[in-house]
Ligand binder design. Sequence first.
Ligand code: ATP
Ligand code: MG
Length: 141
Amino acid sequence: MERTLAIIKPDAMGAGKAGKILAHLETSGFRVCALRMMRLTEAQAGAFYAVHRGRPFYESLVRFMTSGPVIPVVLEAENAVARLREVIGATDPAEAAEGTIRKLYAGSKERNAIHASDSPKAAAEEVSFFFPQEALVDPEG
Ligand code: ATP
Ligand code: MG
């Protein structure tokens, strides 16, 4: 079993799609290990996306990610990191495959409904960015 991190982004929260996105994730075979709802500070959003600092979309991305609440979610499945990237679809919803979360719920390349870790190393770092070890629950009970 592997764990990864998703974040339901402010556009999806504002559109009232959090429940549908969580249902989509569960139907796709992921089990929820932890989740919280929060509003990111500018410092948190900037640090989370620090790898993109200096890119032309960085400031706008930080503004977007702090524009409303988000739901970080820890998900568990076999091969969870790669599978979640498949289930969310391409960064730009115009390029995302049919049936993916971004195809279904994203409005633009920036406002694209959901984040997913892009490697096992990033997943471990991103899970601990939002959750202390004791907040992670075994979904099997
Ligand atoms: P995420 O890291 O949020 O899962 P991703 O891995 O598909 O998305 P990244 O390249 O890591 O894509 O970009 C991080 C986020 O920055 C994107 O999800 C999107 O919100 C925004 N973004 C990326 N590229 C652009 C762009 N060219 N124009 C506007 N926003 C962008
Ligand atoms: Mg990314």
